[in-house]
Structure formats: structure tokens, C-alpha cells
Design a protein around this ligand. Structure first.
Ligand code: AMP
Ligand code: GLY
Length: 418
């Protein structure tokens, strides 16, 4: 079959890599893709949805896999389905689990899914009055809609909470996405993420991971899209009972609840958890695979990802089981210095062809091909994954591969999985 991947980051490179060896595949396409993906797939240039739909028709694409959240939350899966194209990725309604944090929280309440307490506000006076009435508790202020990962403020003080509220509600820091905000109870524990594939009726686990969100070593500096990841997530791996509990209390209730409410969830489901003293609680849902979590989880997959995706589009996931290499994987993100702030892109990357490090993979996140050279073009540039019998050997392999790669402005964390 002919498969088209939508997206062009490290996650989509990892998806392309996992699908490229499938016996079901006749040709892999991607749009926009990137220089890494172009070694595995023919990349199409589709500047808008009209050209995209025309390309899907001209190329007789059998299946579309949507990587990023923006087109999912925008309803691309519904429009593809309406055009008779098979697609892996949730409908617009189902993608609300990521697209609206208030929707996700209210849904969890309806289905008794463990989570912090929360309130929704659209009026800053009411929100500030709430903070004043509950001064001692820690608060987390969140824009309701998509804010490119920047819409969450974990407030240490009352003043920080109030600033976040006025930034979002009065100064429209996130535009429409912050026209409504949540004030959540601040919970504490260790964070871990759980990834599922769902077909509307049934879900199977695809792995667990812990990502490193802060830019600098020692979990310092600003929040980023993720500077590295380890799989399995240490907090869940240490206690298999917790994974079972999270699966039963969260994933199964999401799948049953979404189906019962008439918006069956089909696609990857990313569950961000806090492992608290009272058990796992939901921090957030994403309606897609994580990035760099896809790059750390998928290299250990031994089963055919495309077969599982096809099964999901036919509501046959209950007949599917995924096999993984034993051990662990570690991904180190190589970024341009300054990320997530301003960067100086354009450095020529060397050392990419190095293949003497076995059990490793380099995924392209923000690269460009210019005059035959691979350029460091984005904030996050590469995601370098190593795997091995345990986390320590996976980390060693990942960093050994990282050390072969260079460009003038390269920056990466030295403490991933340490
Ligand atoms: P999110 O974008 O929802 O993943 O939030 C970003 C980060 O904020 C999470 O990874 C957590 O570290 C933190 N966070 C979000 N919600 C809460 C909460 N209710 N309590 C404590 N920390 C939170
Ligand atoms: N690494 C976090 C995310 O994909 O949202």
C-alpha cells in the first residue's frame, strides 16, 4: 500500500523509519518531510490543503498518517475521511483531548479518571479572586487551547499566578487559545508518559517514556519541546503495577468514555502522568505521538508498525500485539544554541554518515538540504537515539553517536538519562 506521512520533524522521521521496512508498503510518501525522511520516503511539497488533497488523489494514496497536533485539532482527519481516504489520527472532536484542556479535564471528571482539581475562568477578576481565596495552595495556570507548549505556568507564588492570569486573559498572550484558562491544583511526584495506539474501541500500549523538558543540564532553564528522552520511563518501569493502574484507570477509561460520548478515539494517544503518592494522575493528553518520545520508543519496536496502524483503521487492534527489543533506549536532542529562544541557524552538520556505532539512529528534526549539504536549520535539529540492554548502555551509545556529529552552534544536554 501507498502511505503518506504528514509532518516533517523528528517524530515523523521515526514514524517513517518504523514503517519503511513493512512488507505491506509499496511506497512511502511524506509532506513536507525533511532531509532525513527523504532517504526513506518521497517528499511532496503541498503548501496548502487543496494541493495536499490533489496529491493524495493523484498519487492514489491508500493511507494517511498525521504526525502533528495542529492538523488533527483542525479536523484534517475528518476531511480526509469525508474524501474517502483512510487515515490514522483522531477526528477533530477526539483531538479536543489535546485541543482544549478544559474539555479534557471535564471529560476526566465525567469518567472518574484521576487528575488534579481544576477550575475554568474567562474573567481575570474572578480568577484572581480565586487565587486570593486559596493563597496557600500551589497553582498551575494553563491556557485552554494549543499554545505550542508554552501555555502552562507552574506558579511558585501568588504574584506569579496573578501575572500569568493577566497575561493570558487581559493581554491575550496566547490569543484565542488563552481566552479561557484553567487554574489547577499543583500536584507533585515524578512525571512519566504512556503511549497508546487506539482504534476507537480498543487500545494497545506502544511504550512509556520520560522526557527532559528543560533546556539546560540539571533540569534548569526554560521549557522546550523536549531535549531528550528515555524509554521505558524509569518511574513506571520500577513498578509494573503502576503501569497497569495507569492503563486501567486512564487509558481504558478514555477509550470507553470517548466511544460512549460518540467521539471514538482512533490514533496515537499520549498520556502525560504525574506519579503521586495517591497513584498516577493525568497532567495532560496529546492526540499524537510525542517528539522526541517517538524517536526513543519506535527504534525498539520489532513488530511491523504499519500492520498495527492498518489494524487500527479497521478496528482490529484487539488482534494485534506489539513486540519490542528488550532493554532501554535513550534519545539526546541536538539543538542550535539558544533554543528555545532566538537561534543562529545555518551551520553545516558534519559526522552524519558515521555508521560505525551500532544500535543507534539519527533522526532529523530541523535540518535542511542546501547545495548538497545538511544544514542545522531549526531549534531542535537532530534526535540521536541509542539502545541497549539497559539505560546506561543505551545512554553510552546515544552519546557516542552524538560525539561524532558537529556543527558550529551545536548544543545538547549532557545529562539525559543520567
Ligand atoms: P503540560 O504542557 O500540560 O504538559 O504542562 C507542562 C508541565 O507543567 C508538565 O510537564 C508538568 O511538569 C507541569 N504541570 C502541568 N500541570 C500540572 C499540575 N496540575 N501540577 C503540577 N505540575 C503540573
Ligand atoms: N515532548 C513533548 C511533546 O511531544 O509534547
Amino acid at each position: 500500500m501507498k502511505v503518506l506521512i504528514i509532518g516533517g520533524g523528528g517524530r515523523e522521521h521515526a514514524l517513517a523509519h518504523a514503517m519503511s521496512s513493512s512488507p505491506m508498503l509499496t511506497e512511502l510518501l511524506a509532506t513536507p518531510g525533511n532531509p532525513g525522511i527523504s532517504a526513506l520516503a518521497r517528499c511532496l511539497d503541498c503548501p496548502d490543503e487543496t494541493t495536499l488533497f490533489a496529491a493524495i488523489k493523484d498519487e492514489a494514496v491508500d493511507l494517511v498518517v498525521i504526525g502533528p497536533e495542529a492538523p488533527l485539532v483542525d479536523g484534517m482527519a475528518d476531511r480526509l475521511n469525508a474524501a474517502g481516504v483512510a487515515v490514522f489520527g483522531p477526528s477533530q472532536k477526539a483531538a479536543m483531548l489535546e485541543g482544549s484542556k478544559a474539555f479534557a479535564r471535564a471529560f476526566c471528571d465525567r469518567h472518574h479518571i484521576p487528575q488534579p482539581s481544576w477550575r475554568e475562568f474567562t474573567d481575570s477578576h474572578e480568577a484572581i479572586a480565586y487565587i486570593n481565596a486559596h493563597p496557600a495552595e500551589g497553582h498551575v495556570i494553563k491556557a485552554d487551547g494549543l499554545a505550542a507548549g508554552k501555555g502552562v505556568v507552574v506558579a511558585d507564588t501568588k504574584a506569579e499566578a496573578i501575572t500569568a492570569i493577566t497575561n493570558m486573559l487581559d493581554d491575550q498572550q496566547f490569543g484565542e487559545a488563552g481566552a479561557s484558562i484553567l487554574i489547577e491544583e499543583r500536584i507533585s511526584g515524578v512525571e512519566a508518559s504512556l503511549f497508546a495506539m487506539a482504534d476507537g474501541n480498543h487500545a494497545i500500549m506502544i511504550g512509556t517514556a520520560q522526557d527532559y523538558k528543560r533546556a539546560l543540564d540539571g533540569d534548569k532553564g526554560p521549557n522546550t519541546g523536549g531535549m531528550g528522552a528515555v524509554s521505558p520511563a524509569p518511574a513506571l518501569d520500577a513498578n509494573p503495577h503502576l503501569t497497569d493502574q495507569a492503563w486501567r484507570e486512564v487509558v481504558e477509561n478514555v477509550i470507553h468514555g470517548m466511544k460512549a460520548e460518540g467521539m471514538p478515539y482512533q490514533g496515537f494517544l499520549y498520556v502525560g502522568l504525574m506519579i503521586t503518592d495517591d497513584g498516577p494522575k493525568v497532567i495532560e493528553f496529546n492526540c499524537r505521538f510525542g517528539d522526541p518520545e517517538a524517536e526513543v520508543i519506535l527504534p525498539r519496536l520489532e513488530s511491523d508498525l504499519l500492520s498495527a496502524i492498518v489494524a487500527a483503521t479497521k478496528s482490529q487492534l484487539h488482534q494485534t500485539a506489539l513486540q519490542f527489543k528488550p532493554g532501554a533506549a535513550v534519545t539526546v536532542v541536538m539543538a542550535n544554541g539558544g533554543y528555545p529562544g532566538p537561534i543562529s541557524p545555518g551551520g553545516v552538520i558534519t559526522g552524519l554518515a558515521e555508521d560505525e556505532i551500532t544500535n543507534s539512529m539519527v533522526f532529523h528534526a530541523g535540518t535542511q538540504m542546501t547545495e548538497g549539504k545538511i544544514i542545522a536549520a531549526g531549534g531542535r535539529v537532530l534526535a540521536v537515539t541509542g539502545w541497549g540492554e539497559d539505560q546506561a548502555s543505551a545512554r553510552q551509545t546515544a552519546y557516542a553517536r552524538v560525539k561524532k556529529i558537529n556543527w558550529p552552534d551545536v548544543y545538547y544536554r549532557k545529562d539525559i538519562a543520567r
